[in-house]
Structures are given as structure tokens and as C-alpha cells.
Design a protein around this ligand. Structure first.
Ligand SMILES: *Cc1c(COP(=O)(O)O)cnc(C)c1O
Length: 369
């Protein structure tokens, strides 16, 4: 009998312990400055993150959804336009499109990579298509060569949703640098997480960067002078300071996720489990380690009974969500997204999970029948 082990789906404790001192210093620094919005901390983090991504500009936002929404707005996407989004993604990707008045048009993912199926994009393009939002889902980059080729052919914008893929690379180049803009979320659970809500857009286009900054700052170019109907979505000084502490550890934290993924991939031997497929041209950063199983709900219950936390990404595809019933889509319209929603189960994956915990998850899964 092995001893009693429990494995949460995610835990921030290991990284919090390591960085506690530096985080407190960051808090003290901001608190002592009495300056909370739009200052040096924001500027420093934006500079560091732009450098990290190898782009010219980074604009902090209040969260990842706003990063997407402000980007679409800055690119001129508006009512009546169509924007292509994968049918299997977090709802924020589609909501950003809806919020600017445009229509999200879903494209099925590839059943192996779970990312947008580039062979199915062109059939969805119409005269009204203005942009595509590839989502580097679970931390694995999309097939950007094909996406860029199609985008160029039809003159549509590319807005990368990098919320799950900080630091991931496609053919040696970081995600967020392929499209017109790259949108990030620093929600606490992401690979680079703040201690609250935060987000950012990266781009090398100065005009777009300036417009996004202005749109997120009440549409102003200088104080009390408003050129756009903007909103309030800024990266605050406290979160920027915390993110600056964490950013230098991102590569190390991602490497740890890769080490954990490798253990799962090598050691899970149950024929009922479909392991994730890794594209040879991409460097996956494993925001989520998702397996598939035809008896997913039974597997979930079995793991729960053995004190292992799991999650589903995502149990209800967007086209079947109540809030989107206005799109008049029905069950059967996106069979691949539906299949993933019924079979996907995300295993514990976080910086600081011990090898003993990973082995325990593996052992329990291998015992499942
Ligand atoms: C988390 C996430 C978002 C939204 O980020 P928030 O900071 O929560 O607004 C957008 N897209 C994807 C794919 C995400 O996982």
C-alpha cells in the first residue's frame, strides 16, 4: 500500500513560498510610492514583457478579455464584421468579438492538437470576415504558417490569443509575435499570473499600440482630452510590480511544466487514455495537460475518489452556451468541439508539483478500467 497522497488540480503555494520575500518588497515599494495607476511599475513591466516576447511594444490592460477586445477595437473591427474563432476555446475569445459588435464565426479544431484546424478556415471566410483569432490552446502554438498565409491571402487581421501560452514558441519564435497583435491574460492561474486580474497586448505596430493604450484609458490621448469612446482597462501598479517579480521565473516555471508533462507522457500506459499530441515544430508550455477518455466522467470520479483534482476545458462548447443561443447554433454543428467537451480531462499541472505526486496520478490512471 502506498501512503496517502493528495494532488490538487493546481496550487500556487510552491511559487508563492519561493517568491514571498520579493513580492513583499514589491508591495512595499508601490505602497511607499503612493502611486497606483499608470506609473513606473507599469512602464517597467511593459518594457520587460515586450523584450521577453521580442516585440517593440507592450500595453498593459485590466485582464485578458480586455486585451482581446481593445485589440479588435483598435484594428477597426465593428458591428456587422465577422471574426473567426476556434469552436473549442474559453468563452472570452468569442465574447471579445461580440463586445465590439462583430459576429464570432466558429472553426473546428484539429482533434489531435486541439488547435484551430487550418484546413477548415477558408470555407468560413466571407466578404465580412475581418480577422481571425487563433488560440494557442492549452499552451501549444497553432500552425501559424498556414494561418498567416490564409490571412494574407484574404487580407484579414490576426489577433493571437496567447492567454494560455506565455513563452510558447512556434518554429523557435514566441507566440504573440506572428499576428498583428498578441493578447495575454495574467489571471492568477495562467503560466504567468498576477495576484489578481491583469492582461496585456504585445505588438510591433506603434499606431495599434497607441490606440489600444488610449482605448483602455477612456479614449484619451492626454488628460481630459478624449478622441475615442474608450473604456477603463489598465494594468495597475501593484499587479505590474508583482508581475515584474515573476517574469524572470517564467522560463524556469515553464521548463518545470515541460518536465511534468514528459513524465505523464512517458508513464501513463492505460490504453483508454488518449495522451496529448505535440506538434514537432512547437514548444508547448503546458498551461493545461489534457487527456481524453471515452469514460471521462468515470475517470474524473475515480481520480476524485483518490484525492486527485482535475478540471474540464471545456465541458460546454461555446456554441451550446445559453448566452449564445442568439447565434442559432445547435448540437451537432461542431462535432469535434463537442467530442472534446465530452472526453477531455485536465490533470494536475503546476509549478512545484512533486515527482511523487505525478507518479501517484500516473499510478491511479494506469489502474483505471
Ligand atoms: C483566460 C483566458 C482568456 C481571458 O483572460 P482573463 O484575464 O480571464 O480575462 C482569454 N482567452 C483564453 C484562451 C483564456 O484561457
Amino acid at each position: 500500500m502506498e501512503k496517502k497522497i493528495s494532488v490538487p488540480f493546481v496550487s500556487f503555494m510552491p511559487i508563492e513560498k519561493e517568491l514571498a520575500k520579493s513580492m513583499r518588497l514589491a508591495f512595499d515599494r508601490v505602497y511607499a510610492s503612493s502611486w497606483y495607476i499608470g506609473g513606473k511599475e507599469d512602464e517597467n513591466f511593459e518594457k520587460a514583457f515586450a523584450e521577453y516576447c521580442s516585440v517593440r511594444f507592450c500595453v498593459g490592460t485590466g485582464n485578458g478579455l480586455d486585451a482581446l477586445m481593445l485589440s479588435l477595437k483598435a484594428l477597426g473591427i465593428k458591428a456587422g464584421d465577422e471574426v473567426l474563432v476556434p469552436s473549442n476555446t474559453f468563452i472570452a475569445t468569442a465574447l471579445a468579438v461580440t463586445y465590439v459588435g462583430a459576429i464570432p464565426v466558429f472553426v473546428e479544431p484539429d482533434i489531435h492538437t486541439y488547435n484551430i484546424d487550418t484546413k477548415k478556415i477558408e470555407e468560413k471566410i466571407t466578404k465580412r470576415t475581418k480577422a481571425i483569432i487563433p488560440v494557442h490552446l492549452y499552451g501549444q502554438p497553432c500552425d501559424m504558417d498556414s494561418i498567416l498565409e490564409i490571412a494574407q491571402k484574404y487580407s484579414i487581421y490576426v489577433v493571437e490569443d496567447c492567454a494560455q501560452a506565455h513563452g510558447a514558441k512556434y518554429k523557435g519564435k514566441k507566440v504573440g509575435t506572428f499576428g498583428d497583435v498578441g493578447c495575454f491574460s495574467f489571471y492568477p492561474g495562467k503560466n504567468l499570473g498576477a495576484l489578481g486580474d491583469a492582461g496585456a497586448v504585445v505588438t510591433s505596430n506603434k499606431k495599434v499600440a497607441d490606440k489600444i493604450r488610449s482605448l483602455g484609458n477612456y479614449g484619451s490621448d492626454y488628460k481630459y482630452h478624449h478622441i475615442y469612446l474608450g473604456s477603463n482597462s489598465r494594468l495597475d501598479e501593484m499587479q505590474a510590480a508583482f508581475l515584474s517579480v515573476k517574469l524572470p521565473h517564467l522560463n524556469r516555471m515553464n521548463a518545470e511544466r515541460q518536465r511534468i508533462a514528459k513524465m505523464y507522457l512517458e508513464r501513463i500506459k492505460n490504453p483508454q487514455i488518449i495522451l496529448p499530441y505535440i506538434c514537432p515544430e512547437s514548444e508547448h508550455v503546458w498551461h493545461i495537460f489534457g487527456v481524453r477518455c471515452n469514460k471521462r466522467d468515470k475517470l474524473e470520479a475515480f481520480l476524485r475518489k483518490n484525492d486527485i483534482g482535475t478540471n474540464k476545458h471545456y465541458a460546454i462548447p461555446i456554441h451550446l452556451q445559453e448566452c449564445y443561443k442568439g447565434l442559432n447554433l445547435k448540437y451537432g454543428d461542431f462535432p469535434i468541439a463537442e467530442e472534446i467537451s465530452k472526453t477531455e480531462l485536465s490533470l494536475p499541472m503546476y509549478y512545484g508539483i512533486t515527482e511523487e505526486q505525478v507518479q501517484y496520478v500516473v499510478d491511479i490512471i494506469n489502474r483505471f478500467d
